[in-house]
Write a protein that binds this ligand. Sequence first.
Ligand SMILES: Cc1cc2nc3c(=O)[nH]c(=O)nc-3n(C[C@H](O)[C@H](O)[C@H](O)COP(=O)(O)OP(=O)(O)OC[C@H]3O[C@@H](n4cnc5c(N)ncnc54)[C@H](O)[C@@H]3O)c2cc1C
Length: 511
Amino acid sequence: MSHYDYIIVGSGIAGLYTALLAKERGKVLIITKGNIDDCNTKHAQGGIAAAIAKNDSPKLHFKDTIAAGDGLCNTEAVRILTSEAPARISDLVNLGVPFDTVNGEVALTREAAHSVSRILHAGGDATGKYIEITLSKKTRSSRIQVLEDCLVTDILVENGVVKGVNALDCHTGLVEEFDCRFLVLATGGAGQLYEFTTNSYVATGDGIALAFNAGAEIVDMEFFQFHPTALRLPGVTPFLISEAVRGEGGILRNVDGYRFMPEYDPRAELAPRDVVTRSILYEMKKTGSDRVFIDVTHLAPYVITTRFPHIYRFCLDHGLNITKGLIPVAPAAHYMMGGVKTNTWGETNIGGIFVIGETACTGVHGANRLASNSLLEALVFSHRIIDRTTVKTEVEIPRQDNKNRHSLSQRHITEALPPPSLSALQQLLWDKVGIIRSREKLTQAADTLASWQKYLPPATDRPSHELSNLIITGRLITEAALIREESRGAHFRTDFPQSLPQWQHHIILVK
Ligand SMILES: Cc1cc2nc3c(=O)[nH]c(=O)nc-3n(C[C@H](O)[C@H](O)[C@H](O)COP(=O)(O)OP(=O)(O)OC[C@H]3O[C@@H](n4cnc5c(N)ncnc54)[C@H](O)[C@@H]3O)c2cc1C
């Protein structure tokens, strides 16, 4: 058994950046379930938001973030996010991330619900790839120990304080214990819960399930962002067509070629993601089609090929020249706003456990994430975790939040359902806990998930652990969506279509 100062689970932007800072403070181990570069981070296209332009300010970035969050952002966390953003961007530049420039100045683009151009990007539309490669290269050449193909299966807690983790070596099947002073969960999102998702296959909600089982508070799970525009081609994974494509002038048309967005929202194609997503769904229903289209044929071809080389190339490889033809798209599950509840130092309610990146709920996104704020969130709060663990070397047990806490409700289980396949689970969540929800569908999903969980055989390998984690995460989303009897941000219920003032609070789930 080995002992570390920091064990970091996950090697996306959150895990790697934290590790690179932590290595100056002690002995660091990264445990990651695949290759170091298997993560959502490397798929990020649009970029990373920061108020660095002359016509911008952290105050304006704050205002836009709060507006997108639809009444549920933690204002202090957003103030920290937006004011510390420029310093964290400088850190990335110093680490070697090659952000795109125009005439020697950093190039900035605009995305939906940002009031000015403030998105930095790299390689045109390959921002995440450049960030991931830069950070993983630095990590590999440092003294940080990295265990690849190793899946964390349990968090060990003693007297309210973290002791370490158990991890499964995916090659040998052996489980080993690793002990630490500080555990940082950076395991990313849970898009694999849904039939259509932009997320990598690693996004199976592991960190949420591990933390929940260890006694952590889980919050805001009903808010799952669906991206309005993922490529919809038969047999092709729903590859993301970045918001920046609409930011640069892309127009949404229905199957009849009609530009529909101005009828739904005055901000048209640049309305917030949840508005565009639902508008597309309504338009698909109205026209009896499973897709709409993005039209960029009016843009100069060089704008498309230089600004979106990755998207251009991917579509071309699938027989679509987007400078000449329309891009078929439909919504797909994209980003989990909820997660393990943390304070503004990344601390949870369990001593020594910190959570960061998409697994965390720091409160910056509220009910709906502003585009390009998530890479930024990972950087800002990773930095704060290291600040905190440097100042407070003794592990403390934080106070619990006793308001609005719920445990998973007892479900009426009539029969033992056989364990589901991953695709059956994804279909259930897509159909019943997706973009448009109702009590009836949510209740059906909650009952099925509870039954699946109850009769699931013990997990032994990576796929069975991931399935079990997805079922727990799916239950948390479903139960929170049932409790919230209103519509707000990304959570929309046909039986409660309005936002209600009495629901302007968070729903916390505990075991
Ligand atoms: C297609 C796409 C485009 C996006 N575009 C943008 C954008 O332009 N701007 C923006 O801000 N955000 C964007 N996002 C969101 C953003 O990329 C993610 O929120 C962010 O990268 C998450 O980083 P992370 O470090 O938290 O998780 P990830 O990058 O997903 O890393 C998670 C890591 O944890 C590991 N892991 C998981 N479970 C375990 C376990 N049990 N044991 C060991 N290891 C484990 C995984 O293998 C992985 O290494 C996009 C997301 C997608 C999918």
